[in-house]
Design a binder for this molecule. Structure first.
Ligand code: NZQ
Ligand code: ZN
Length: 386
């Protein structure tokens, strides 16, 4: 196992009616900006519940943070924070609203230069931030308990992630009943996202870390069991609670401690979103099966373990065992309603070159846990995903 430092300062309030914790978490003297998306929180009662808890606070609102949040939109919120001397941010929504709020948190005090550089050049914000908390409505990204954010510069179709200790939320409220109103498509994308977060930290190469492996396998098998139930049982509290907890645990740092990490599927997937607007989870379900096939030799030991422990496959022929595990992974995505081929989204072979050169321009190569994936490797992966 590699050396690691694990630190996660986010306080979680998990369960029904935990929105009441807002009054404890945000001091009355704070000027609060509530940030949200396109309006789902207005129709499902979440907005009302949040505003009810904040009725004695000074509250401002910023709505319209789009999926895959745009820098251009977020800068309007930054302006609002600066003009009104806001000193607390509350994100109410899914990963996009939370990621957007993270950016607003560190960009608002950053007046000396172009705030996009915080993302593109990963400038150290050194603790200069507006504190923020979250009310999560979509289990998927883990953003509610991690230090990552992904922002898109829409004018250049550039989707970029950045990571910093300043991006941990102060607290997050996770009430599974707030996910009852999710459309099936969002639930499916969330399941795929959480699943692939685990895979990126698990399907690499062994470093004698049996505890991390079993954490990962526990999340994967729980997602396989509970995920499909969430698609048919609209208001089953325990199913939604288990899904929400899986998604948070998949990317809050614990399972990745001391182990190699891949993230190539995410990097390629982000280009598909930036270029074609495909939902994040969908891009991962398209890219992962071909990535695993392409990289099966360098991931062989863990692929065998994955096949045997997660999918319970027995086969003395290693190649056949691995192929069956990849097939089952792909079938799982299809079974939860995600089409896994580029052609399902009308993306053709001739478009792959452009996607590759965009990754190259961002200096993304080499990718993978062994840094052995160059442009040609990724080109083969996308071609196999057609
Ligand atoms: O905007 P509203 O009206 O709220 O609707 C949203 C949005 O259209 C809707 N929604 C959310 N909660 C709902 C709901 N609809 C009904 N009922 C509810 N309870 O769902 C739609 C999608 O929301 P979004 O926040 O975009 O989805 P998600 O949580 O999957 O976030 C995706 C973003 O997170 C990034 C992705 O790249 C993408 O930009 N990621 C962030 C990560 C991180 N910070 O660690 C890691 C991930 O790998 C990922 O890259
Ligand atoms: Zn993801």
């Amino acid at each position: 196992m590699y050396n690691f430092t694990y630190w996660n300062p986010t306080r979680l309030h998990f369960g029904k009616d935990q929105v009441a914790k807002l009054t404890e978490e945000i001091p009355l003297k704070k000027k609060v900006l509530v940030l949200y998306g396109g309006g789902s929180i207005k129709s499902n009662g979440v907005y009302k519940a949040v505003m009810n808890e904040l009725k004695n606070h000074t509250v401002f609102e910023f709505s319209g943070i789009e999926p895959n949040p745009h820098y251009e939109t977020l800068m309007k919120a930054v302006q609002m924070v600066r003009e009104n001397k806001i000193d607390f941010l509350l994100a109410v929504g899914g990963g996009s609203v939370i990621d957007g709020t993270k950016f607003v948190s560190v960009a608002s005090p950053f007046t000396q230069d172009d705030p996009w550089k915080i993302v593109s050049e990963r400038i150290d914000t050194k603790g200069h931030k507006v504190p923020f908390g979250c009310v999560l409505t979509l289990p998927a990204t883990g953003s509610e308990m991690n230090k990552a954010s992904v922002v898109t510069l829409a004018s250049k179709k550039e989707k970029r992630g950045f990571i910093h200790n300043d991006l941990f939320p102060q607290f997050s409220i996770l009430d599974p009943t707030m996910t009852y109103s999710l459309p099936k498509e969002q639930i499916s994308n969330g399941i795929a996202d959480a699943f692939v977060h685990v895979i990126e930290q698990y399907l690499t190469y062994p470093v004698d870390s049996p505890l991390q492996d079993r954490f990962a396998e526990a999340i994967l098998t729980t997602l396989i069991e509970e995920g499909p139930k969430a698609l048919v049982l609209r208001e089953d509290y325990n199913v939604r609670a288990n899904l929400m907890w899986c998604a948070t645990m998949a990317l809050q740092g614990l399972i990745g401690c001391g182990v190699p990490q891949d993230w190539s599927t995410h990097m390629i997937g982000h280009e598909l979103t930036a270029e074609y607007g495909l939902a994040h989870g969908t891009t991962l379900a398209i890219v992962l099966p071909s990535t695993l096939r392409e990289m099966k030799n360098s991931k062989k030991d863990k692929l065998v373990q994955y096949a045997e422990r997660v999918w319970k496959i027995k086969n003395n022929n290693t190649d056949a065992l691995i192929e069956e595990a990849i097939m089952k992974t792909q079938s799982f995505f299809e079974a939860i309603g995600i089409r896994t081929k580029l052609r399902d989204y009308k993306i053709e072979a001739h478009e792959i070159d452009r996607l590759m050169s965009r990754l190259g321009e961002k200096n993304m190569f080499p990718l993978g846990e062994r840094q052995n994936m160059d442009q040609a490797t990724c080109q083969r992966i996308l071609t196999a995903s057609l």
